[in-house]
Design a binder for this molecule. Sequence first.
Ligand code: ADP
Ligand code: ZN
Ligand code: ZN
Length: 748
Amino acid sequence: MPRKETFIEVILPVPVDHGFTYRVDETTTGIIDAGKVVAGQRVLAPFGSRMLIGVVRRVGVDKPDYDTKTVRQIIDGIPCLSGPLIKLLEWSSQYYFHPLGDVFKQFMPHKDIKLEANKYYRLSRHDIDYSMFSGKEKDVLNYLVNRKFVSQNTLTKRFSQGVLNKLTKNGILEIVFRASEQMPDQTVDSTADADDSNGMKTFESDLTLTSEQKNVVDLLITDLQTRAFQTALVMGVTGSGKTEIYMRVIAKAIEQGENAIVLVPEIALTPQLINRFTDRFGKIIGVIHSKIKPSMLKKTYKDILQDKIRIIIGVRSAIFAPINNVGVIVVDEEHEHTYKQEDRFRYHARDVAIMRGKLEQALVILGSATPSLESYYNATTEKYKFYKLEHRIHDLPMPEIHIIDLKQEHPHRIGNEILTKPVVEALSETFSKNKQAIIMLNRRGYSSSLICGDCGHAEKCPECDIPLTHHKSLQKLVCHYCGYSTPVFSKCPACGSSKIKSMGIGTQRLEEEIKKIFSNIKFIRMDKDTTGTSGSHEKFIDMFGTGDVLMLLGTQMVAKGLDFPDVDLVCLPLLDIGLNVPDFRSTERIFNIIMQSAGRAGRAESGAKVFIQTYNPDYYPVKYAVEYSTELFYKTELAYRKELSYPPFSRIALVIFKHKNLTALQHAMEKVARGLPNGSDTTIEGVSVSGPVPAPMTKAKGFYVYHVLLKSSKTNSLIDVLHRFSNKFKKLIPDIKFIIDMDPQHFV
Ligand code: ADP
Ligand code: ZN
Ligand code: ZN
């Protein structure tokens, strides 16, 4: 007798781009529902001498002409990855050039989680002609008509299995398998749903929305109710109450029976946002980030899969969470570069969020006071909805921003100190009022740029208009986008001064200086070195929140999202550190950091101040930020990006070559250059190719690094050319590792 068998494609956690074909037959254990296997279920499959956990990608593939192994076990009773999520993982693997098996491996639920399936019944349609049915059958139908799903257990307590079987056979009832410990039998009525036995309330809040907030909430809820894919940019000044808006829209989605994902740039820096969400939504919140204990994370995943968790708050990886039926996705502070993963699987969570929204037919909300140029452009060209909030809650004014020109201020400087006199005076005043101050260094120093100590000039590439990088070994300044180079100069090309120096100051030096000037003030320093251990961010933030500590000193991270009413002074002691980074986005980041620091001050009272010390007070991102001319900045920056065809007018991909041995790498790079159609700097099918050039930080973690940069306005051409290159390079330089970074956020 021929065996009953099905062939399926399984994705296994091995670094390849394809699935594997397996057989499912009666020797396979764990099959429920008459031998049905469905996409998204996990299976135990023999692979070589091992047993691996894989995910079913397709069912009913052709029987291959080679011998096929049989799946040992179907692990889950129901799919643990939904259809849209599988598609999302596939898309991400292709777009970001990361092996499919590896992508699945990272986001597949933990092996100890097992989804037992329970049998549920529901009506297949509601236009039933009752006269066709017997009394007992009518009782069943009446019971089901106001309920979404009812478990077999519940039903058989009231009705006989025989009646259920008959109605199922007639196609009136439908059987669904759902995770066992999930929501109890659900009713259709949405408010009753929210009041269900999970102790959910209706998420009321006693805040009265401002008219601006209400307007935006109404618009977003209208978008949500179309249940179609839509992206909306909410551009609201800091303190305009965006979090409240997210919560209202999410509450609506939950009421509609849909789930939500909220992405935040970094968990440790957003305790306040998480608290607000937990206060409002309680147990249906699940938090995902890298510092959560594995046992806790496992529980969270299990709760997600069993529909107990309806809202996920997390960092970028949460965008791949196995939650079903997503109705809304929020990306808070969407401009933040931490949404891009910088190693291994180099995905951008904001962009993945938009793709997930498309696949789930969901509403995607991007929120920021200073959106990325990409999102702003999409909003102004009506690809996204564009909603603005121009006022702070209670109409508080934005703080005044004072610029201190370090070229002019020399007479005011106290010796060789970092802080100038006006800043020291402002700090004293703040402390005397018992108010708080934040001092912030933007990014850690990037010391490979040279600047003039008298006029602030830093030499730029004539072609790409980005600062040149100082390569000490070569005695040259190099443009690392296009390879242009010029000898190091000893006199400033702008003013003739010979005070040429490397850029950068550290938090430590600043700390010592502050200790000297304000010996009796309690302050904390917060940077990578002091916040290494898990939980210390929260500790510092809590300490600052008590008001006992009067000053917070730290790197850029301290600026993110903090909401403290008593901060009335924020100071950026050396803005120029961030200006001379070889990156076309540095102007955007400069504008950002000024606006964000202003956002930390004066959140409860007027009269707050921001001080910026810089050599470049007239540079347009600085000028526009000081005047709060946001629209002008975006318009200017877009014009400039267009002229040089940088994103959003093109897409960029970076090919990163690495090797421990410089000679071997250089030798390989010559081969690569010769392998390009016209040598380096060429255009292939609308894709411009530059390089190979040494990376700005030529040696990183023991590896020498070279880059090839590709740029095109046509995404498909870019991906085609990358695929061809990738195949070619693999053959040409088999022993050199290279990585493709799509839409890179950093070039260092
Ligand atoms: P944003 O995210 O836009 O910077 P937040 O959401 O942090 O702003 O809101 C700023 C502050 O205003 C928070 O303390 C918040 O609780 C409060 N807030 C928000 N909406 C209202 C409102 N309608 N009435 C009063 N206070 C509000
Ligand atoms: Zn100069
Ligand atoms: Zn250049």
